[in-house]
Ligand binder design. Structure first.
Ligand code: FMN
Length: 420
C-alpha cells in the first residue's frame, strides 16, 4: 500500500503540523492558502527556512533520569509553560471567523503568549478580553505618529506588557504566488473566484454576514464609510513608515514603558544596536520568507548573535518551525524561545480555536518528548552539547531534501561553524 499523510478534513486526526497544513489547504480557497503558505519571489528563503534544520543533528545523552521534565521558560520577566510564542500574523480573519481571538485563547490554554498584529481583524481590546492570554502587541510604525502613539496607548490600556516592533516590512515583499490569484488589487481572477464558490463552508464561516473581514484594529483611523478591508490595505500601504531607522526605535522606546522587542534582525551588529537603544529582546527572523528572497535563514545567524548578546537581551527566533525538534535545535543554539507563524495558522484555519490548540499540543508534546529522548531534564538545560552538524557537506553526500531543493550548502556552512 502506498504511504500517504492524512487525506481527510478532520483536524483531530492529524498527527503533525504538516498534516494540519493539508487540512487547512482543503478548508481554504486557493487564494487564502497562497497568502498564508507562499513566500517571496522564487521562495528560496522559504525553502531554506525548512531545509536548515537538517543541517543539525541531535546528540542524546544516555542514562539520565528524565522522569520529570521542565518545559517552561521565563520570557521577558514572566513564566511561560513552553518556550514558544504565537507570532503576529495579519489578516487572520480570512482563515476563520475571529481567528485572532481563537489563537489568543489557544495560547492562553497552553500557557504561552500571543502576539496580535497591527493589521489584525479583531481589535486589541477584544482580543485581550476574549482571549485571556498574555497578549503582546505587534507594531508597524506608521507615518502619522499620533496614530502610532494611539495604538501604543490602546495596547497599554488593554493590558499588553510587550510591544513587538517589526522592522523588516517597510516595503511589502514581492509575493508573486499570492499576487497570481488577482487580476488587480483586491480583485480575484476568474479561476480563483470559481475556487471560492467551491468552498461554501469557508464562505459561510468567513464572508457571511459581513463580507471580507476589515482590519478592525486600524479601522477607527479611517473615515466613516471607508473602513472595508480594501480601504484598510490602501491606508496601511500609504502609512508604512519608510524612513524607519534607529532614531524611530528610540522614539518608540520613549513612548512605550513596557518590554520592547525588535522583530526583523538578521545580523549581529543590529542585535548589538538593539541592546544600545534599550530593547529588551529581538526576533531573529526573515519574516517567514515573505520579504526579501534569498536571505540567510535565522538559524544560520543565531549562533553568532547568541554569542554576542546572550543574557543581555531576550533572543526569539522564527521561520519554518514545524517540529518539536526544530524548536529544541534553536534553543540549543542560543534562542530563548521560538515564535510560531504558519504552524498555528494552519491549526486555526483547520479547526478554529480547537485546531490552534491542537497545533500547540502537537508541538508541546514533541518538545517534551524530545527532552526525554535527549536525556535533558529541562528546556533551560539545552545547550550546544546536544547538537552536531550533519555530515553531508563534509562527506560530499546530500540528503533527499537537499537534493529536492538543490541546497546542500547549508550543511557545509553548519559544518564550518562547528569547526571554527
Ligand atoms: C500570513 C502571514 C501574515 C503575517 N503577518 C505579519 C504581521 O502582520 N506582522 C509581522 O510582524 N509579521 C507577520 N508575519 C510574519 C510572522 O510573524 C513570522 O515572522 C513568520 O510567519 C515566521 O515564519 P513561519 O511562518 O515559517 O513560522 C506574517 C506571516 C504570515 C505567514
Amino acid at each position: 500500500m502506498k504511504r500517504s499523510l492524512y487525506t481527510g478534513r478532520d483536524f483531530r486526526r492529524t498527527r503533525n503540523i504538516e498534516e494540519l497544513r493539508l487540512v487547512a489547504k482543503r478548508w481554504l480557497p486557493n487564494f487564502v492558502f497562497e497568502y498564508v503558505d507562499s513566500g517571496a519571489e522564487d521562495e528560496a528563503t522559504l525553502r531554506a527556512n525548512r531545509d536548515i534544520f537538517d543541517a543539525w543533528r541531535l546528540v542524546p545523552s544516555a542514562l539520565v533520569d528524565v522522569t520529570q521534565r521542565d518545559t517552561s521558560a521565563t520570557l521577558l520577566g514572566r513564566k511561560a509553560a513552553f518556550p514558544f510564542v504565537i507570532a503576529p500574523t495579519g489578516y487572520n480573519g480570512m482563515q476563520r471567523r475571529d481567528a485572532d481571538i481563537s489563537l489568543a485563547r489557544a495560547a492562553a490554554q497552553s500557557g504561552i503568549p500571543f502576539t496580535l498584529s497591527t493589521v489584525s481583524n479583531c481589535t486589541i481590546e477584544d482580543v485581550v478580553a476574549g482571549g485571556q492570554a498574555r497578549t503582546w502587541m505587534q507594531l508597524y510604525m506608521l507615518r502619522e505618529r499620533a496614530v502610532t502613539r494611539n495604538l501604543l496607548d490602546r495596547a497599554r490600556d488593554a493590558g499588553c506588557d510587550t510591544l513587538v516592533l517589526t522592522v523588516d516590512a517597510v516595503y511589502y515583499g514581492n509575493r508573486e504566488w499570492d499576487r497570481r490569484s488577482y487580476v488587480r488589487e483586491m480583485q480575484l481572477n476568474l479561476r480563483n473566484k470559481l475556487d471560492v464558490l467551491a468552498h461554501p463552508r469557508w464562505v459561510a464561516n468567513v464572508l457571511i454576514p459581513n463580507g471580507v473581514p476589515a482590519f478592525a484594529n486600524i479601522a477607527r483611523y479611517l473615515p466613516e464609510g471607508e473602513r472595508r478591508a480594501s480601504n484598510g490595505a490602501v491606508y496601511i500601504a500609504k502609512q508604512m513608515e519608510t524612513a524607519l531607522d534607529w532614531d524611530s526605535v528610540r522614539w518608540v522606546r520613549e513612548q512605550w514603558q513596557g518590554k520592547l522587542v525588535i522583530k526583523g534582525i538578521l545580523n549581529v551588529d543590529d542585535a548589538r544596536e538593539a541592546i544600545r537603544v534599550g530593547a529588551d529582546g529581538i526576533v531573529v527572523t526573515n519574516h517567514g520568507g515573505r520579504q526579501l528572497d534569498s536571505t540567510v535563514t535565522s538559524l544560520e545567524v543565531l549562533p553568532e548573535i547568541a554569542d554576542a548578546c546572550r543574557n543581555r537581551l531576550t533572543i526569539l527566533i522564527d521561520g519554518g518551525f514545524r517540529r518539536g525538534t526544530d524548536i529544541v535545535k534553536a534553543l540549543c543554539l542560543g534562542a530563548d524561545a521560538v515564535m510560531l507563524g504558519r504552524a498555528t495558522l494552519y491549526g486555526v484555519a483547520a479547526g478554529g480555536f480547537e485546531g490552534a490548540a491542537h497545533a500547540l499540543t502537537i508541538l508541546a508534546s514533541e518538545v517534551d518528548r524530545t527532552l526525554g529522548h535527549l536525556g535533558c531534564p529541562s528546556v533551560s538545560a539545552l545547550s550546544a552539547k546536544y547538537l552536531r552538524p550533519a555530515p553531508y557537506g563534509r562527506l560530499g553526500e546530500s540528503s533527499p531534501r537537499a537534493d529536492a531543493y538543490g541546497t546542500p550548502t547549508y550543511r557545509q556552512r553548519a559544518a564550518t561553524h562547528a569547526s571554527e
